[in-house]
Write a protein that binds this ligand. Sequence first.
Ligand SMILES: [Zn+2]
Length: 306
Amino acid sequence: MSSSRQVPPKKRKPTATYLKRRKINEESLKSSGTAFIGQVIKFWNSSLWEGVDRIEDYVEKLLHSIFFLGHIHEARLLPNAFFESQAVKDKLETTFQMAFHNYMSPPCQTPFSILLTLAVRLCGHGDEYKIQEHLLSFLGALKLPPKIKGESNYTNYYTLEATVIAVCYNETPGALRPVKYYGASLSCRGERAKRIMINQSCLNVWHDYVSYAVLSFRHDEQGNGISFPGTVKCRAFYRNHQTNCYEDRRPCNNCGDLFSLSNPETDRNDFPYGNCAETECLSNLIFNDEDVRSNMILGIYYKRKT
Ligand SMILES: [Zn+2]
């Protein structure tokens, strides 16, 4: 055995500001996660989600996704942290054992994305406004705290809400009502959580074409974007907190790069490639639409599978 051992670097003492911020972040995920789960259980027990086939699968996925975000949070939160009482937790643990046992493995969607999938299932893909209303009624019932000292502080509050949702469809001539596909931006906070969810999505969730584009930009500023046929339409919305309505929003610069979308914002944002709602909805479209798949223009290095 070697006698020379590397001396581990001395741990720096965390500053008071860091500890304070960490405490606020911990509390915000704990309280918004508890509110989110409480609301899921209320909707599940009410007539609102009645009639959805295998609704328990959605509830289980929602619990698992929230527990996982607690697990990877800088101040690690165990599933127990998200319940108002032990009795509620015990009851749910009996019904949703998988969520409680597998919470350390990454889920395929963030909680809000699962909620959006459920809303689409419930309202039908065609009625965007009904879907938005369903989401708004869920969010309104969460009763999250009002803004704390201005916009930037609110941004730090971990609400589990996706900032943006997006819809896309292939408007083929002759087809009366194209199938609409939806997506949500990543409803997790912090660079680490986003990176984990994007990696998981690239490996196990998104269509290869989308994963390829996202990863190519991660490693090279001149990445390889993909282009959709002109018949594909994509729109994004964000919730205006003042009016509590979803409003149109232009695609960001990252989406402009990834998907060659027209008219993107020119300002750079700080979000990693793959964070946006467009990523999820366009991936769903590619999976489901053979016409789109075969008419896409892929980056120069991508080899189509034959
Ligand atoms: Zn974007």
